[in-house]
Ligand binder design. Structure first.
Ligand SMILES: [Zn+2]
Length: 163
């Protein structure tokens, strides 16, 4: 997903709206494959006098994976909010920052990072899924509910290249 910033650069301090969709590559999380629907992204952006562009907005999509208990199909809503600044002329190889050059900003890395960050660690087809009948009795039953261990751990995402 690309964001055209020519107007914003010509009018620093002026806020613009944007919206669009972004495909996200399948993710492998804890050995399980997680597939994501196309991500819906919307928000506002604004350039400063130096040409750095700040973006605020939200993304939402649906993630699909195997149910942790019965291995059937499960899905979970994924939502996250972002507030980042893209540095004009910054090093695009630097994983610590978001950077861009020219008149366009690629939102691929941002959207993927924030979507993956919001993935649940465990999917359940339904909250009271009885699981497999032949379940190993020595394995403690997992707690119901969704946990989000990836929040704030952007470090983990740094290996993900742009889609
Ligand atoms: Zn299940």
């Amino acid at each position: 997903m690309k964001l055209e910033v020519t107007q914003a650069l010509a009018h620093p301090g002026q806020e613009y709206r944007f919206s669009g969709t972004q495909a996200i590559a399948d993710q492998e999380i804890g050995g399980d494959l997680v597939r994501l629907d196309e991500c819906i992204v919307e928000g506002r952006f604004m350039a400063d006098e130096e040409g750095n562009v700040s973006l605020k907005g939200q993304l939402r999509t649906i993630a699909h994976a195997r149910c942790a208990k019965c291995l059937g199909e499960a899905q979970a809503p994924v939502e996250n909010a972002f507030d980042e600044t893209f540095l004009r002329g910054g090093d695009p190889e630097d994983d610590e920052i978001f950077a861009y050059d020219g008149q366009e900003i690629s939102l691929d890395k941002l959207v993927m990072s924030y979507a993956v960050m919001a993935l649940p660690i465990r999917f359940l087809c339904r909250e009271d899924c009885p699981g497999l009948a032949y379940r190993d009795p020595d394995v403690a039953p997992a707690e119901p509910g969704i946990q989000y261990p990836f929040a704030g751990l952007r470090q983990l995402l740094e290996n993900n290249e742009e889609v």
